[in-house]
Design a protein around this ligand. Structure first.
Ligand code: RAM
Length: 367
């Protein structure tokens, strides 16, 4: 018998959710980190996963609701990814919805959306986490109430979700961004990173790999002088770029692993004396960056197709909610016309390799 068909358990669940809402509201007053309570709720969450067993031949359940909770709703990157998710979810005959905050640093807002979605008893939540730990208690409470949790784009802690749909290998992304930059500055000079939120799991993972790549002997003449944070806010990212150039007049390049950051940095450089002199690479959408590639501000940058990332998150959520997969390593499932995917270590599903865009190929992409 499931949680949803037993009225008594449903009532108990509702009480539990209310308790969590109260708890998280208190915790979020002063801090976004709630690591002390993570471990309790995490064990409850992983218990849920361990007790289930996958049936790869189970039919897709009907009447599911898949809710997307991106880092930020007004970020064009998430508009593309979640529209990809909508198409995939609706093509399977299920219901899609999207909720979220307009700031990329509103972790309390993300927590309260998770709690609301739990109360609404959606079938699954696809979430891009602004902060790895802040959502844990709420996500595990959702899982205890039968809601499947898929992170996409930016992960939470591994014990607070059923699976993570990753855009590409994090290691590849971090290392290739350094390689692109090194080539553009002939392996020499000061560089800076313009990131998103200071807590963002995805950017922080990539930055760690960038730092590791920079330890290689071929980069001995490159110095990383600063990591700045523009919070996925266009104006803040623009100002951070300006600040970097003021603070480091000899800066040779900026790596911005965020679509909002790279666009704002390109806008600043393009209108300044640094255009074509200070190099810029990172992760951007071809539509945002086309003008800056064509006017010589930017040589090359990379990204995956966000629509495919959103679609894969949707297929994963439906497969989880239908019992075809539980998130265990080695399980496989079909993601519509995207083919078959296998779940890897730590319940990670990798979309594929990113594309490097430059003047020669950018005209072929429209997203
Ligand atoms: C921004 C967000 C997102 C990231 C992309 C590259 O839109 O920070 O999480 O994956 O950039």
């Amino acid at each position: 018998m499931s949680y949803r068909t037993a009225p008594a358990r449903r009532a108990a669940a509702a009480v539990a959710v209310v308790a969590v809402v109260a708890l998280s509201a208190a915790a979020c007053g002063g801090t976004t980190k709630k690591s002390s309570s993570d471990s309790d709720s995490a064990s409850a969450g992983s218990g849920t996963k361990a007790s289930a067993s996958a049936d790869p031949n189970a039919p897709i359940k009907k009447g599911l609701t898949i809710a997307y909770l991106p880092k930020q709703v007004n970020n064009p990157y998430f508009t593309i990814s979640d529209n990809g998710g909508k198409k995939a979810v609706e093509a399977l005959g299920e219901k899609y919805k999207e909720v979220g905050t307009s700031s990329g640093t509103d972790t309390a807002g993300q927590v309260s959306y998770v709690n609301t979605l739990t109360q609404q008893q959606v079938s699954a939540i696809a979430v891009s986490a602004q902060d790895p730990g802040a959502l844990c208690t709420a996500l595990n409470q959702a899982r205890k109430n039968g809601v499947k949790v898929v992170t996409y784009d930016s992960d939470t802690n591994t014990n607070c979700r059923d699976a993570f749909v990753s855009q590409a290998s994090a290691e590849d992304l971090g290392r290739t961004e350094v390689q692109l930059m090194a080539k553009q500055i002939n392996n020499k000079g000061q560089i800076a990173i313009l990131s998103a939120a200071q807590t963002a799991t995805n950017q922080n993972t990539w930055i760690d790999f960038m730092k590791d790549e920079l330890k290689k002997p071929e980069y001995k003449d490159i110095q990383l002088v600063k990591v700045a944070y523009g919070n996925d806010d266009a104006q803040a990212s623009f100002q951070q770029t300006q600040g970097l150039l003021q603070q480091y007049p000899n800066l040779k390049g900026i790596i911005s692993p965020t679509t909002v950051g790279i666009k704002a940095a390109a806008q600043y450089l393009s209108g300044s004396k640094y255009k074509g002199k200070v190099q810029l690479t990172g992760l951007g959408t071809p539509n945002d960056m086309r003008a800056y590639v064509n006017n010589g501000t930017v040589q090359s940058f990379e990204l995956w197709d966000p629509a495919k990332l959103g679609a894969l998150a949707g297929y994963t959520a439906v497969a989880l909610a239908s019992g075809q997969i539980t998130g265990a390593e080695g399980e496989t499932f079909t993601a519509g016309d995207m083919g078959t995917f296998t779940i890897g270590k730590d319940s990670v599903i990798v979309l594929g390799k990113p594309t490097v865009f430059d003047k020669a190929n950018i005209g072929q992409f429209n997203f």
